[in-house]
Design a protein around this ligand. Sequence first.
Ligand SMILES: Cc1cc2nc3c(=O)[nH]c(=O)nc-3n(C[C@H](O)[C@H](O)[C@H](O)COP(=O)(O)OP(=O)(O)OC[C@H]3O[C@@H](n4cnc5c(N)ncnc54)[C@H](O)[C@@H]3O)c2cc1C
Ligand code: FES
Length: 272
Amino acid sequence: MSAYATKLNTVRTTPIINVKDETETVKTYTLQDELCAKAKPGQFLMLWIPGIDEIPLSILNAGNGEVQVSVRAVGDATRHLHTMKTGDRLGVRGPFGTCFTETRGRALLVGGGTGTAPLLFLAKRLAAKAERLSFIVGAKTKNELVFLNELDALCTDESAISTTEDGSYGLQCLATDPIEKLVDSQKFSMIYTCGPEKMMRKIVDIAEKRKVALEASLERVMRCGIGLCGSCMIGKYRVCRDGPVFTLAQLREMKNELGISRLGFDGSRIEV
Ligand SMILES: Cc1cc2nc3c(=O)[nH]c(=O)nc-3n(C[C@H](O)[C@H](O)[C@H](O)COP(=O)(O)OP(=O)(O)OC[C@H]3O[C@@H](n4cnc5c(N)ncnc54)[C@H](O)[C@@H]3O)c2cc1C
Ligand code: FES
């Protein structure tokens, strides 16, 4: 039997338990799955949308036999998923990949768009153990900002910082703009980030300069999700197997690609 024919890698079909509208373009799905219910913050699952495609998604929440994912409609699979209702059946594999290290010190979480999903899962776990939690959540416009209320409730700093590029909510700037000031005024033991890769690249550079530990969750085109096909390569790493959560030391090794280029669906190199 192949080493890859594991329980985690077997597709389990399961009904949608609940669908929640987060914004005009993002919906949260609750599914029943005992294995994914044991996922740790940072891990992802492969969601099979029957007849359409199988896509990687970060886990937003897990426990009590259930798992949640938040999905932005961007293309064929995600748009089709957005038409599906409670009771419709999907397939899941996973959970896969590495998870965030949970610090007991001061944590800064920086999320962009649906990249905020794994950070909210992490924040729920850190709330009980970390000394202090600070957030910066950014998006292009107010409509794309997700999980603000949930993050505000968990934040142990004075307030969570929201940024939009068009100024429709919070500070009008990029999510990376407030970081240097914040990092200089507080001694963070860890920065966690997930979102657009150019944003994460800037944060990696700041963390490196200021000598603050950092973990980033990366996205790449994924097909197999288990380290076989190579479609998710960045440098010497496979994001599905060695990531998606990488340490600052690993991210340093990918500097020629991080925030610069990635492999497209046909294997050609394209700009991030
Ligand atoms: C580890 C991981 C976790 C993810 N978590 C989430 C999540 O929590 N919520 C969420 O909404 N999305 C998440 N994604 C992205 C999600 O997998 C894609 O949006 C989805 O596969 C798009 O499928 P589609 O058929 O709808 O769009 P497609 O028709 O395949 O693509 C539509 C557009 O999105 C771009 N795109 C598709 N997939 C990716 C990708 N992996 N990286 C960069 N650009 C891409 C395409 O280039 C194209 O421009 C995650 C991706 C990875 C690798
Ligand atoms: S998705 Fe196939 S190796 Fe990562």
